[in-house]
Design a protein. Structure first.
Length: 258
């Protein structure tokens, strides 16, 4: 066995529980609680609906290009991080000698050090696939935007046009989720570094990562500002619709020109 003590196995399964458990919790909680992902998805739908009325969509593609550039940066950086992790894995004996020189670090065998380093490699490989899949989905979204039909000004969207806008928004939203999964793996990879010091510190680091992720997704100031901006946005849209209806009604009641 890699670990002969019970505490290291508890730390390992606590790590898996925190990562997998929070992923499922965030996905379920987003269905009935205000969170960053849900609010941004509603903005994506509004963006795609307004996009159908744009004659020139260069600005829309530029916004999507900014998202793609960020994902591409993370995917490219991940290659270098992965290469560094593999290099350290091949030099695990040097890592063991370095750790043995500090009294505050819990003792570990070469096999245990290699296992921990291998876990880091696996996490970065997982992150790379997440980032590249997010990049591809953003590419699909850009193609859908290029093929989107143009809706004449002053006409309401048909059912099919609204469904098309929602599907484009869903593709963009799925790309954002994949990007978030990749970022989340980095958070837990950082917590795994604490395992080289102590399994107790490792469990504390995993718990801290979950707390940070929860507070940012469900309790952050950014979320409260997005909620307020969403409420204001809905009021503005309703006001504009009412003013447009009043203007149309007034135009119908105008007497014909002599």
């Amino acid at each position: 066995m890699i670990f002969t003590d019970f505490l290291n196995w508890v730390a390992f399964f606590w790590f898996l529980t925190c990562w997998v458990g929070y992923t499922f919790y965030a996905k379920r909680a987003a269905e009935n609680k205000a969170c960053l992902a849900a609010l941004i998805y509603s903005y994506r739908i509004d963006w795609m609906k307004s996009l159908l009325r744009h004659e020139n969509r260069i600005s829309d593609l530029a916004l999507l290009g900014n998202l793609m550039q960020m994902v591409n940066f993370m995917a490219t950086t991940n290659i270098f991080v992965l290469a560094g992790a593999v290099t350290v894995l091949y030099s695990s004996d040097s890592v063991l000698k370095l750790l043995e020189g500090h009294s505050f670090i819990a003792g570990a065998t070469l096999e245990q050090i290699q296992f921990k380093l291998l876990m880091l490699v696996v996490i970065f490989i997982y992150a790379f696939f997440r980032f590249t899949w997010a990049l591809r989905q953003h590419t699909f979204c850009s193609i859908m935007i290029g093929a989107a039909p143009q809706v004449p000004a002053g006409r309401e969207l048909t059912v099919d046009e609204e469904q098309f806008a929602q599907q484009v928004a869903k593709v963009s939203d799925r790309a954002a989720h994949e990007f978030n999964y990749g970022l989340r793996s980095y958070y837990f990879a950082l917590s795994l570094l604490a395992w080289f010091i102590s399994p107790v510190l490792f469990m504390a680091a995993c718990t801290l990562v979950v707390v940070v992720l929860y507070l940012r997704e469900f309790r952050s100031r950014t979320l409260s500002m997005l909620v307020r901006s969403r409420q204001s946005f809905i009021k503005v849209v309703r006001t504009n619709q009412e003013n447009a209806m009043k203007a149309q009604a007034a135009n119908r009641n105008l007497p014909p020109a002599a």
